[in-house]
Design a protein around this ligand. Structure first.
Ligand code: NAD
Length: 482
């Protein structure tokens, strides 16, 4: 029996509130589709605004006890969650494939990456240190405690249904916050499976609540307007992020924002081309390009641009495209028809020369072939859009300063990549790139122990590392006579 079959058989496809499974207030459901067959694989309860507020009530009631609980206890629950998830990694990966479509190998990578946040923050839970020091005038003892911020609303996207949840759940719980998680409606099952996992790990009722909903605007809006909610941690598009920031303003609601990316990938003249192509494949093709960290624009020194394009095209053409659970598949379908059509449109309008792919294969499923477009002109529309698909546009450059200027010519700034054999030059370029993260001679740098996040319109705050827990803590200063 698969994890999906078990969730359905055990009636765990409802809203998870206060440790129990419930139908939505008005009986509405979300049809979850397998993107490789377009068929409905499950029906999940679609919460109403009142359901969302019910979850806030549960999280609010559970907060004092959870915040007061021993940090070691919280850490051990997270550690058990890590062990349980890792002991069933294939089952969780299979569930991701069922609702998101990605290749099983990508899904396994996601489960391991995602579970690692539980382990990392199980360790951070017991390292919440404050400070004590004397004021400069000598009159005061300054004590600073870091206290849990309170009931936290977590809103996640569909592209990493497990990992985008764990990256928020783990630091929130470690900090002593209780949560309401609103997953994307394309992929609610992974979050429901995680609620079940935490129950097994010994998490008390009300600490974790999960409210899927197809009416995200209404449900999230109602929860954000409720004064018992003290935090919004959001991952998704910049467009939605801006809307939520505006909604947060009247309440001065504390927000963390992980938003869109438009990553430049620079290949300098002296780069090791084997390494650059390997890095490009990782940076572009993890999750079929449906990653906020995906390399979106390739700027390649003119003298090596043709060779780089040839090698990248060969590597892309060798990938096997198909349903995520089929053996040997490297690239699954995109999430839905709209996403596939948007990718196709961007390719049609990109200009340049398509050297491989460039179309959606015939048949069912939202597939798009791995595509390379060389000699794309600067200013082409595809360079300004977040492609979110398996497409690599290549632009030649003659002058490094100009390439860096082009790389920085965007309102987004999540991640950038640079490949060069000159480590010192690489560090210099990395420092000049306007991004929260830079991969230097590496195509994949996400790591739970490192701060993940963007600058400019790519977001506010950081997830992972010791920074991640501070998004859910507030410093409290107590001044007393020395
Ligand atoms: P999205 O903004 O459409 O949706 C994200 C979440 O917000 C979903 O749960 C959705 O239901 C909810 N939502 C949508 N509209 C809402 C509204 N009006 N009010 C309240 N909630 C609303 O994004 P998506 O399409 O699910 O995800 C893809 C985007 O996420 C890309 O732009 C990608 O770059 C970004 N992303 C960023 C990171 C990061 O860490 N920076 C990670 C993954 C994805």
């Amino acid at each position: 029996m698969t994890l999906l079959d078990r969730l359905i058989a055990d009636h765990k496809t409802g809203l998870y509130v206060d440790g129990g499974w419930h139908a939505s207030g008005d009986g509405a459901v979300i049809e979850v589709r397998d993107p490789s067959t377009e068929e409905v694989v499950a029906e999940v309860a679609s919460g109403t605004a009142e359901d969302g507020l019910g979850a806030v009530t549960a999280a609010h009631a559970a907060f004092p006890g959870w915040a007061e609980s021993a940090p070691r206890k919280r850490g051990e629950i997270l550690r058990r969650a890590f062990e349980l998830m890792m002991s069933r990694e294939k089952e969780y990966a299979g569930l991701i494939v069922a609702e998101n479509g990605k290749a099983f190998s990508d899904a396994m990578g996601e489960v391991r990456y995602g579970a690692e946040f539980f382990r990392w923050f199980s360790e951070e839970a017991v390292r919440n240190r404050g400070e004590v020091y004397r004021s400069p005038s000598g009159d005061k003892r300054i004590s600073v405690l870091n206290q849990p911020i309170g009931v936290s609303l977590l809103v996640t996207p569909w592209n990493f249904p497990i990992a985008m949840g764990t990256r928020k759940i783990a630091p929130a719980l470690a900090a002593g916050c209780t949560i309401v998680l609103k997953p994307a409606s394309d992929t609610p099952l992974s979050s429901l499976a995680m609620a079940d996992l935490f129950e097994e790990a010994g998490c008390p009722p009300g600490v974790i609540n999960v409210v899927p909903s197809a009416r995200s605007g209404k449900v999230v809006g109602a929860m954000m307007a409720d004064r018992r909610v003290r935090k919004l941690s959001f991952t998704g598009s910049t467009e939605t992020g801006k809307l939520l920031l505006a909604q947060a303003a009247p309440r001065v609601l504390n927000t963390s924002m992980e938003l869109g990316g438009n990553a430049p990938f620079l290949v300098l003249e002296d780069a090791d081309l084997d390494l650059a192509v390997e890095g490009a494949m990782q940076a572009k093709m993890r999750n079929a390009g449906e990653a906020c960290t995906a390399a979106n624009r390739f700027y390649v020194a003119a003298s090596i641009a043709d060779e780089f394009a040839d090698r990248l095209s060969a590597a892309m053409a060798a990938l096997k495209v198909g349903p995520g659970m089929e053996p040997g598949v490297d690239v699954g379908p995109l999430i839905n028809a709209a996403t596939r059509d948007k990718v196709a449109e961007l390719v049609e309008e990109a200009g340049g020369t398509v050297t491989t792919g460039g179309r959606a294969p015939a048949g069912r499923g939202y597939f798009y072939l791995p595509t390379v477009i060389k000699d794309v002109a600067r200013g082409a529309g595809i360079l300004a859009a977040e492609i979110f698909g398996p497409v690599a546009p290549i632009v030649r450059f003659d002058d490094l300063d100009d390439a860096i200027a082009q790389a920085n010519d965007t309102d987004l700034g999540l991640i950038s990549f640079v490949f060069t054999s000159d480590q010192r030059l690489g560090m210099e370029v990395a420092e000049r790139l306007e991004a929260g993260m830079v991969g230097l001679n590496r195509g994949l740098i996400s790591d739970p122990s490192a701060p993940f996040g963007g600058v400019k319109e790519s977001g506010l705050g950081r997830e992972g590392s010791h920074h991640g827990i501070h998004e859910f803590l507030e410093p409290k200063y107590i001044g007393a006579p020395w």
